[in-house]
Design a protein around this ligand. Sequence first.
Ligand code: FES
Length: 576
Amino acid sequence: MSQEKEKRKLRSQEWFGKTDKMGFIYRSWMRNQGLPDHVFDGRPIIGICNTWSEFTPCNAHFREIAEYVKRGVYEAGGFPFEFPVMSLGETLLKPTAMLFRNLASMDAEESIRGNPMDGVILLAGCDKTTPSILMGAASVDLPSIVVSGGPMLNGKYKGRDIGSGTDVWRFTDDVRAGRITQEDYYYAEGCMSRSRGHCMTMGTASTMACMVEALGMGMPGNAAIPAVDARRRALAHMAGRRIVEMVHEDLKISKILTKQAFENAIMVNGAIGGSTNAIIHLLAIAGRLGVDLTLDDFDRVGSHIPLLVNLMPSGKFLMEDFYYAGGLPAVIRELKEHIHLEALTVNGKTIGDNNQDAPCYDRDVIASIERPFKARSGIAVLRGNLAKDGAVIKPSAADPLLMKHRGKAVVFENIEDYHARIDDPELEVDKNSVLVLKDVGPKGYPGMPEVGNMGLPKKLLAQGITDMVRISDGRMSGTAFGTVVLHVSPESAIGGTLAFVQNGDYIELDVENRRIHLDVSEEELEKRKKAWKGTDLGYFRGYASLYINHVQQAHLGADFDFLQGCSGCEVPRDSH
Ligand code: FES
């Protein structure tokens, strides 16, 4: 250790370096874990913030990953302590994991700040686990590295590759339309999820792992290494080594997560055909650091970036293929004319330096910028009387023929209404209709579930219809696809125009001109507004009540108003 390093007193010494009663208390109880004296000698203490849970299958292997992080920390002269935080499993948690993203972020924030650590490794995988702990860590601003858990191996079904989520929607339509049997449908379950890891499509988990790398918060190559590939463990080991150096360098999150880093992430999200959920999560993370990022930045910075990555749901390959083709470094290299090459990353080098020689081994999976997979990508931000504060659509996952469309609304007042009537043979709907779903926004559900890609009516599926315009204030799974307008803000439950759409109203979508319009006069809308009885939000106590009272709208990242900003890593008062 150099003299320079020895001089700086680390934060953990505010606990372990004391000679009084408090020092006794802080060390003595820790010694019951068999810790020798030198653990307390002022070496960097590294927290390993673990979102492991067997109810979060995508993160179920994280205890093992943590052991590899520890190897690196020991090797570099630090000492690691693993600790659990709330884990959000996308598939099981009701009513929706998104309801708890902000709660989990508070858990991570207070667990990091309140404990004696100098740096932290964030273990994340399943969709909401990445933004939640990154939001929490950003509000503390210690040196931090995200280690993603890695995607599952490709799904394999009857001789072909199938993707998490994306093929669930397809199989479900197939079984409803009678194209496959119920037995085939059951059989596909085991074929889809056949190794540890998170969804292996370019869903929200893979997108957020790519965002971590593009933001500079992960080690190069973090995004795509499959969960079961030994190189995922080697990366965890190297992250463990590196976080100790970062503590010595005092390289905090706020030095990495700059506006430039967020703009890089937005561009990369365009190139990978990433999830629309990334918009909400990046806005929320930026809000924690006071970085001035807005919804319009996603359109301004990202919509001219072509789609380079041919992965489901926008294309046909999967994360395993993506890794073998070169992974995210190959994509970042292709974007070198666009991104901010000088943005700093956790390994102490710039994103330009990290990726300048990244090879691409398969142009079918990762296209070049000169010959992209699709010219149109990114996120289009729509505005109009139906979404004054904005709505979003992902053109790469939508039917190009529906990008400009005018159709009659078929309205569902809430998700229960949708389930009850969508397959009613009497439902007045045809392929030109616009399906409208209300009360699935941040406050209205509450928690803004992933129901925006509502399935099509059975009778239209039977006619071979595969896409229709759908509009809601909810979200869509990153694994889903279709001409789906999402995140309508303000939401219906607080009296956004969406609340006043009625069956038979005409709605105009014009993605080219970024327009979403309800063709109803101002006078008529005013009349409907006066007659509106409001939405009964139905929660009067507990966390859901706190959520409804404080969650902001989608265009602001759906974070709590009182969580904006960073409280820093100052050591709180002693406990006794
Ligand atoms: Fe966990 Fe998709 S369900 S990543």
